[in-house]
Each structure stands twice: as C-alpha cells, then as structure tokens.
Design a protein around this ligand. Structure first.
Ligand code: ADP
Ligand code: ZN
Length: 703
C-alpha cells in the first residue's frame, strides 16, 4: 500500500515526497478510521483525502462551504487526470443532472458538495452512491464559537451516523483546543486521531514597519511593488475608502490593480476575484472580506496597510501568500491611530474585553523587539527553539542600552512645555531648533531647550515612540496628538525607575538588509526563460479557461527555468508535473526550454546519442542507466527514440510478444493516441511505462 500511495503522489501529482503527517493520515484513512487534520493554509490538507480517494473503488464526498474554492480544486484535480466534480448552487439544473449521472454510474472519484446541497440530497440520489470516504473541509464552521459558523454544518452529524462504517476526515486551519473538541463532537467523529502539523510557514518573511506617515507609506508601497513587477499580491486596508484610494493611486501609476470590499455588488466582487485568480489583475487592495475561499498559490506578497484586529486574522491573511512554498513577503504597517480606532470599536462591540485583549496582543507583536515568528507561533501554542532568521527583527537584532537619561530629558521637556505639544515640537525644543513657533511660545527660555542636540531628529523620533510603546507617554490623538506623561513616566522622571531603549536602525543599514534579503530570495533562476514560461502558461490558461497556477505552479515553472528539462523524464522529475500534465503540456514547455538552451549554450552531444554509443559498446540498459546516472525509464525512452530515428537497436529483446499484443489492443482502443497513462491504467498497471513505450514504438514502426 505504501508503495501505491507514493506512486500516486509521484505519477498523478508529480510530487517527490509526502509532507509531514500526510502519509500517516492517508494510511489511517485507508484503514477506515476517522481523523482530524489541523494544518495551516497551504499545508497540504487536500492531499490527505485525495490520495485515498484514488485508491478506494468508490466515491469520496468532500463537504466544503467555499463555492469558488470548490471549482478551483476540481479543476486542479481534472488537470491531473482525476475524475472529480462539484455540486453546489452555482451550477444549472442540466449540469446538476450530468453530475448526478456520473456519480451514480461510478464515474467520479471525488464529489465536492456544499453543506446545503448535501443536506438537500442526502436522502435521495446520494443514498445510491458507493461512498468510501467523507472529508469535511473548513470543519471549524461547525463550531458556534468560531468566527465562520455555518448552521448547516451542525446537521452533518446525521449524515455521519447514516454511514457508520465510512471513515470521516475533518480538516481545518483554525481551531484552538476547545474548538477542536467541539468540532469532533458536532461532527460525530469516532475515536478520531488528531494530526497537527507545524503552523510555521518558513517561506513567508515577516516585516513590520511602525509609525509611517500616510504619504510615506504609499511611497514605500509603490517602490515595493515596482521592485516586484508582474507579481501577484494583496494589500489589506481597514476601510473601504482606503481600498479605493490606494487602488486608484496605484492604477494611476500604471499597475494592474483592483479594489475589493463588501460594499460592492456580488457580480463586481466575483469578477474582481476571478481576474485576480486568473492573473488578469495582479494586485488586489481589499478589506479583510477578500481571500476566504481563494486558493491562488502564487500570491507573492501580502501587505497590511493598517494594523489587523487580532493575530488570528493577521496570520490567516499573511498565510494567503506563498502557498506554493516559494519565498514570499509579508509587510505590516501600523500606527497608534489604528490601534486607538480599533479600541473604540472594541469598546462598543460585543465581547469587548476579549477583543481588546486580542488587539493588545496584536500591538505587542507589532512592537516586539524579538523574533516575530517566535511570538506568532507561541500565540498558536507552538514553541520555536531558535530564532527564525526570516523576520525583520532577526535580520537586524536590536541593541539595547540604558536609556534612562535620554528618557528623562524627553519627559522633562514634555513637562516643562505643559503637556500641550506633539512630537515634532518636542524634538525641536530638545534639539534647540530655531523656528517661529518656538519663538512665539518662548520655548527657548526652557531649561530643556537644546539639551538633546547630540541626538538626530530621526533618532529622537524613534526613542519617543519607544517611550510611548513602553507606556511612559501617552499620545492624545483627540488633542492634536499632544504628549502626556503617564504615572510610570513620572516614576522615571523622579528617578524611581530605569528604562532600556534600543538603538534605531539607520536608513543605510535598512537598505543594506533589504539588499541581502533580496539576493537570497532571487536565487539562480534564468529570469528571461521564467518570463517566457509564464507567458506560455498564461496562454494555455486562457485557452483552457482555468487559472494559470493550475496549469503549473510558480514553483514548477521556477524549477523548469533552473533545471532546464528537455526530455520527458527530466520533465517528469520537476515537482508538480505528473503524467497527465507531462503529456498535455510537456512538449510546449520543453520546446521553449530547448530553444533557450540552444541560444544560451553551444549544443552538446544529444543525450540520446550518448546512450547510443554506450549501447553500441555492448552495455545493457541497466548498465547504461548506472553509467549515466539516469533512470532506466529514461534509457528505454532514449532507445525507443533512437530506434524510431532508424538507428540499429534491437528493441524486441526488451519486451515480450504477449506484452506488445496487450498494448496493441489498448492502443487501438484509445484511438492510437500516444498517451501512456490511459494504457497503463487499462492494463491494470501491470505493464511498465517503459514497456508500453517500447511496444508503441515497435507497433508504429512495423505497421
Ligand atoms: P491546504 O488545503 O492545506 O490549504 P493544499 O492542499 O491546497 O493546502 O496544498 C497547498 C499546495 O501544496 C498545493 O499546491 C498542493 O498541490 C501542494 N502540495 C500538497 N502536498 C504536497 C507534497 N507532498 N509535495 C509538494 N507539494 C504538495
Ligand atoms: Zn525571526
């Protein structure tokens, strides 16, 4: 069985190895037992029920509340040659009937259903199906305590009880301990085993920038996306107005961008989402309403224009980047204004105490001076022993020092100015500047005037914000941002408490860090080729009306651009390339790569000729494979090719007459299409791909 599951992963999905826990979950499911799968977004949950679905001789029912995601997953499955379909409110009666017929005739391996539809048909045609597995995706929707409660989910237990011997699998990316128990009970899972995989998404870099003014923030975002031309990203804003403003600004600068928020009508929203999925729009500026039910794997960055309300939301939102496992960037902007605003919302809303508590945690995270990933994961109950090395704090660990005197200088400045002025005025006084305001207020008479000349404006600003963050100063937004000293601040001023501050990073240093991070990420792919491959992918996606990343993920294209596969076997060894996609698209992609190789490098002896000369020396295919460090399948495919080209190769010795006869029957049955996979399956997987290839070569040659 182990061999079979692995072969499916290889041949159908084109992946080399299982990710942690996948194999265990699959094996348990095949044994007919229930499982609870808790993995982060992009962790690879779907594979856990898709592979068993291929092994069972019956149908797997997948319940999911996210209609757009269903379509996506079904398309992705079909593109790998799997028989899958979905049944939800988005399809016509005619389509419904087609799906029902296929399901009843045993022509489907997986059927995706929305919970509403499942309930409405569970006593009719669903009863006729040979259901072998039920997967409940987004299982947290069953819990009333969660944020996505779906009443229909609570009735799934009845369905579960009607299939006592069928394994059930609950899958979700968010569920704390109490929610987990609730979900198990509500779904009626029996002796289910819990599988929790790490929530660490190492490929996501984390960066936080605080107290950046609006104009500067926009400038920074513009230069950020300028450096990432043609890449997909999401920018989350707090308000609808903001989304429109930012989107319009970017659009004026020529970027491919659209906004998305709950105030738009359904049709507009759907179109915006579809365009994004299909790479027709690169950047979406959205309120948090965007992203649920999007499975786009090549989102390269997520920017938060404002502070999110809590860490759960933040983590879910940044999690929409980099689902394909490639390095992706996340950038969070926050300022105290967002915080104050949210605090007010929280005050008025339900569950006020908990919401404020969560908001505080969010702010602590944003202001943290230690590894951000550690903080984030520990919030979700996972404890990293090492710093991550992929967040802004790790990239630039703060140096802290005794800042009591600096703090006292600033606080005494505030006190002497009567707690009426804001940051800029305070710094000007401390630095002894000479301007009209200072004159009119006679601040040059203050004792604190000019006591902070030795510190730059930029550094003062940073220190004062640190003081605010440490609770020594309060910024009164309602009073033109006047600074007030808090009770702890007074303690410091009286010498009853010491304070540590961290050295601000200079702008030069910041630039340096970014540069190193960037070179690490960009790595060694051939950029021009990658662009060409992307173009082809886009063209195919238009032709086949499916999202580009379903044709091939960014990761697969990157690998093609760096490994430069030009034979079927090399192409198959690219992660994400299974038999079906190799046969459908292999030639088109390899042609581009071949062209590129010829241009880039002088032509080497073709690989088939190397095989030929070893063959002439009398080596067996196995020996040639060892000598050349290639797989035996590759060698057989070389020999077949050489044979068709008219070279003197005795192919008949490698395959029996019986086998050729079997292959011939199947070959004709499939209208003599040179596709190995259907034949392989037709012959019960008993004849190897090599043998099929050789047989077809002989059949064609000897007709
Ligand atoms: P989830 O449902 O947990 O959000 P998915 O099932 O959509 O995640 O998987 C995320 C991506 O990872 C998909 O592109 C999927 O094909 C890929 N993937 C899953 N398992 C593996 C694996 N073993 N090796 C490589 N890629 C994988
Ligand atoms: Zn870190």
């Amino acid at each position: 069985m182990k061999k079979q599951t692995h072969a499916l992963l290889n041949n159908v999905f084109g992946y080399e190895n299982f990710r942690p826990l996948q194999e265990e979950i699959i094996n348990r499911t095949i044994e007919g037992k229930d499982s609870f799968v808790l993995m982060p977004t992009g962790g690879g949950k779907s594979m856990c029920f898709q592979i068993p679905a291929l092994l069972f001789d019956g149908i797997t029912v997948v319940v999911s509340p996210l209609i757009s995601l269903m379509k996506d997953q079904v398309q992705a499955l079909k593109s790998n040659g799997i028989k899958a379909d979905f049944f939800n409110s988005s399809i016509s009666v005619q389509e419904e009937n087609q799906v029902i017929t296929k399901a009843i005739n045993g022509d489907l391996q997986l059927l995706y259903l929305s919970p509403e539809k499942l309930l409405s048909v569970s006593n009719t045609w669903l009863k006729q199906l040979n259901i072998k597995l039920v997967a409940v995706d987004e299982a947290h929707c069953v819990s009333m305590w969660g944020h996505d409660f779906r009443p229909e989910y609570t009735q799934l237990k009845v369905f579960r009880n009607s299939l006592p011997n069928v394994p059930f699998m609950a899958l979700t990316a968010t569920a704390d301990k109490s929610a987990r128990k609730d979900i198990e009970e509500q779904l009626g899972l029996q002796k289910s085993k819990l599988f929790i995989s790490s929530f660490d998404r190492k490929n996501l870099s984390i960066e936080v920038r605080g107290q950046v003014q609006k104009k500067k923030k926009l400038q920074e975002i513009v230069s950020f996306i300028n450096r990432r031309k043609n890449e997909s990203g999401i920018i989350y804003c707090l308000s609808r107005k903001n989304t429109e403003e930012v989107a319009i600004h970017l659009k004026e600068l020529g970027h491919s961008v659209a906004f998305y928020h709950a105030g738009m009508d359904n049709e507009d929203r759907e179109k915006t989402q579809t365009d994004f999925i299909n790479d027709d729009t690169k950047i979406i500026v959205a309120t948090i309403a965007f992203g649920m039910g999007i499975d786009k794997s090549n989102v390269r960055f997520v920017i938060h224009y404002n502070l999110p309300k809590n860490l759960e939301g933040y983590y879910q939102e940044i999690g929409r980047a980099g689902r394909d496992g490639l390095p992706s960037e996340t950038l969070l902007y926050y300022n105290m204004r967002d915080f104050v605003l949210y605090s007010q919302f929280a005050e008025e809303g339900a569950n006020s105490v908990m919401q404020k508590e969560k908001l505080n945690r969010m702010l602590q995270f944003a202001e943290a001076k230690s590894c951000r990933r550690k903080i984030l994961l520990s919030y979700f109950g996972e404890h990293l022993t090492e710093n991550c090395g992929n967040c802004d704090v790790c990239a630039n660990p703060p140096k802290d020092f005794d800042g009591t005197i600096i703090t006292q200088k600033a606080l005494s400045g505030i006190a002497r100015m009567g707690e009426k002025d804001g940051i800029t005025m305070l710094i000007n006084v401390l630095r002894g500047s000479n301007n009209a305001d200072i004159h009119s207020k006679q601040y040059f008479n203050l004792k604190t005037y000019g006591i902070g000349k030795d510190v730059s404006f930029f550094n003062w600003r940073d220190y004062i914000i640190q003081m605010a963050n440490q609770g020594l100063i309060e910024i009164m937004y309602a009073e033109s941002s006047a600074l007030k000293i808090t009770p702890i601040g007074w303690k410091v001023l009286k010498g009853e408490k010491t304070i540590r501050l961290t050295t601000p990073i200079s702008i030069d240093e910041k630039k340096k860090i970014k540069k190193t991070v960037k070179t690490v990420i960009e790595g060694e792919t051939n950029k021009d080729l990658f662009t060409e491959l992307k173009k082809l992918r886009y063209a195919i996606s238009k032709e086949e009306k499916m999202p580009a990343y379903i044709v091939f993920s960014d990761k697969s294209l990157k690998l093609m651009a760096s490994e430069l596969p030009t034979t079927e076997n090399e192409f198959l060894s690219i992660s994400g390339v299974g038999m079906n996609k190799m046969e459908k698209y292999g030639d088109e992609f390899m042609n581009i790569i071949r062209k590129y190789k010829n241009v880039a490098k002088p032509r080497k002896t073709p690989t088939t000729l190397k095989t030929f000369s070893l063959y002439k020396e009398g080596l067996t295919p196995k020996e040639i494979a060892e000598e050349r460090d290639l797989s035996i399948t590759t060698i057989f495919s070389h020999l077949s090719q050489l044979y068709s080209e008219g070279k003197n190769i005795d192919l008949e010795q490698f395959v029996s007459k019986e086998t050729i006869d079997k292959v011939r029957v199947a070959f004709h049955e499939f209208d003599r299409k040179i596709e190995l996979k259907p034949i392989y399956e037709k012959l019960n997987e008993e004849v190897s791909y090599s043998e099929i290839r050789i047989s077809i070569t002989l059949i064609l040659k000897n007709e």
